[in-house]
Design a protein around this ligand. Sequence first.
Ligand code: GLU
Length: 413
Amino acid sequence: MKSHVEEFLDSINDELKLSPSEKELLMHPVRSIIFPISVRMDSGEIKIFEAYRVQHNNALGPTKGGIRFHEEVTLEEVNTLAFLMSLKTSLSGLPFGGAKGGVKVDPKKLSKGELERLSRGYVRGLYPNLGPHKDIPAPDVNTTPEIMGWMLDEYETLLGESAPAVITGKPLALGGSRGRDVATALGGVYVLERMITLRNEKWLQDMTVVIQGFGNAGLNAAEILSKKGSRIIAVSDSSGAIVEKEYGLPVSVLIAGKKAGKSVTEMLSHGSLRNAQKISNEELLKIPCDVLVLAALGGQVTMQNVSQVKARIILELANAPITAEADTFLYKNDIYVIPDILANAGGVIVSYFEWVQNLYGYSWTKDEVFLKLQKQTTEVVGGIYEKGKNLRVCAYVKALKRILEAEQMRGRL
Ligand code: GLU
């Protein structure tokens, strides 16, 4: 059976014919690490959690990418996501390769102390392979700035000196960058705005938006887009979805509820949501809208449900939320997809800004960070957009060419 990475590479074969050596090189990560993390639970028992780190390609620089805590994490998934990170950093012109990490765990079932011991265990298990010039982790699904802080502390304790650039997405007090928390969503909105201008679409203040996923990326996208005047008509999280087509959902109420630990469906009891209704995640994808923001997990739009998607534009804030076949279907049916390695690159771009600030002892203001992010995302879009072409294919080709050139210059190809 073909791996997802091979499927991705084959999907662009018409545009970029890879030689057998190039394909071989791209299909094999530089390093795949599987290790057990032993955690002393509050009950006194020891529990072992399986952990992964895949460093996919380092031709352009140290590998870079987040760590996710999820009970369905597998090595195959981390491998695919590490490959996508290599493409993402390359496409954005960053001096990084790509990596991804994961731990098979449901973090909601752990106490805070257990979560901290697990996070520190992750760094201990990986210590020789991490470093500001080797491999630089960051947050991903279910991992937070607080977790990055524990991981940094563990790394620096083992190293015996300060090394804030070893990890990004840290709390501000530990050298995190201003704006990193909203960077994924904000970068996505900058890309969306640029695409709308290039395609002469109707502008954001008139748009209806559906958001799948209400974690960091989805929540911030809702806030930014509603401030720009878009109507957020439906949102979902793991508890289900809520919809209010006529007036749109009251985003500030949803954000306050989420910050108080409520799921979106629990918020239906709030007075300002009296006209909203509960629907399933499947129904959410069928709602006609201008922009569908996919900000949950991978593999959400497949050949089983793609024909029911009624959006005009899809913004992939999650990684790989659409399968390769479903993506081709959407392209043929004129639904415009802004692919993950472009749409959600704001996160790793501001991670790069954080790394630079840490290495040089700078501290940039939020405005400086946002301005640099806007400039960088806008340039990337301008460099790949071609009227009528599948944007994912354009993005992959550009990203792969830069990696392959670096491989050639190193004499590895
Ligand atoms: N986890 C994020 C991503 O998938 C951010 C990675 C980073 O900042 O290194 O792009």
